[in-house]
Design a protein. Structure first.
Length: 346
């Protein structure tokens, strides 16, 4: 009966996902920013791991203001489909750079991949579990037992959730994890098709609040970081082959990207104007909130974007405690700080 119930939930969701995905990309996509190109510049692609949004402000600012061009680069942002898929596609050489989290990098490398983080953006984990306050009162991980929890099918949370639950004394089997198209996670929660959902500062949190307000309900949230998960969120990534063959390119990209993020943090309204110039149907309030939340996440460790080995290692040990990444002992290969700007950011 449980299997039938789950299928009954997923069938309409899959249909809606196909429509929602096409509609959302038609709204914001197809108009990637085009900065003035230098004839001697190298064109590279940056995978955003999802659609254009406020967390990508630094990249768009760096394109629009010519920071990448100053570094000899033409950067083309491309949409992604979740962290784990993005990691695998980066590893296959489908693009040069990406927005990735340590967990997706670890899972990729544990299977023989060669993806590596080259600097942080979310210096604290922005993820949490959201719920509708009028339906549930979730104050701790144990309150998720017996509920349906939805997340994007390529989200790192799919691998992280069981480990986090077990680390908090909750049987992972007591929470029904449901894989959804990322485009419909918000609507699925607000409309009651699931009981709780992954939600991210700098990303979907503003969308949850907007959708809930339209429905006449309110969103509650518990943060994974408040319950023992002190790890990094997403940052900049590339693959070992590019680091080895062209470290100057990696350094040029990284420095220009951080220059763009520093400018976005100084002038969120200006960054909003830049993004909406290229994607005018992006919601103004949602996008500005994403920009400001991302700036706060970047400032979480005093403005340094260098990745601490012990914090990266916690990602691995958290998964190993739940039976994942067994035998993986190459934490040092998940990241490098060699390309992170030092000192005061530009």
């Amino acid at each position: 009966m449980a299997i039938l119930a789950r299928r009954a939930l997923l069938v309409p969701v899959v249909i809606v996902a196909a429509i929602a995905g096409l509609t959302l990309w038609s709204v914001v996509g197809g108009n990637a920013p085009k900065a003035a190109k230098r004839e001697d510049a190298r064109t590279v692609q940056f995978n955003m791991a999802w659609l254009p949004q406020g967390s990508m402000a630094g990249i768009f600012v760096a394109i629009d203001k010519g920071y990448f061009a100053d570094a000899g680069l033409n950067v083309e942002p491309v949409r992604g489909f979740g962290g784990m898929r993005t990691a695998n596609e980066l590893d296959q050489g489908m693009f040069e750079f990406a927005y990735l989290d340590p967990l997706s990098v670890a899972l990729n490398r544990s299977k023989g991949g060669a993806v590596r983080m080259i600097g942080g953006i979310n210096m604290q984990l922005p993820a949490g579990a959201c719920f509708v306050k009028e339906r549930h009162a979730i104050k701790r991980p144990a309150d998720l037992a017996g509920l349906r929890f939805g997340a994007g099918q390529s989200s790192a949370i799919q691998a992280l959730m069981p480990a986090w639950l077990q680390g908090n004394g909750v049987d992972p089997a007591s929470v029904e994890q449901i894989q959804l198209d990322p485009a419909i996670v918000v609507s699925s929660l607000v409309e009651g098709r699931i009981d709780a959902a992954e939600c991210w500062l700098g990303n979907s949190m503003a969308l949850f609040d907007k959708a809930a307000k339209a429905k006449g309900v309110s969103i509650g949230r518990i943060a994974y970081a408040d319950f023992g998960l002190d790890v990094y969120g997403s940052g900049l990534a590339t693959r070992d082959a590019l680091i080895d063959s062209d470290p100057a390119l990696v350094r040029a990209f990284t420095h220009a990207a951080y220059r763009g993020y520093a400018e976005a943090a100084r002038d969120p309204q200006g960054a909003l104007t830049i993004i909406r110039k290229h994607y005018p149907l992006l919601d103004e309030a949602v996008t500005e909130r994403q920009i400001r939340e991302t700036a706060e996440l970047m400032a979480a460790e005093g403005g340094s974007y260098r990745l601490k080995p012990e914090k990266i290692e916690r990602t691995v040990t958290t998964l190993q405690a739940n039976g994942q990444l067994q035998g993986f002992d190459a934490t040092e290969t998940l990241f490098t700080n060699a390309f992170v700007p030092t000192g005061k950011q530009p």
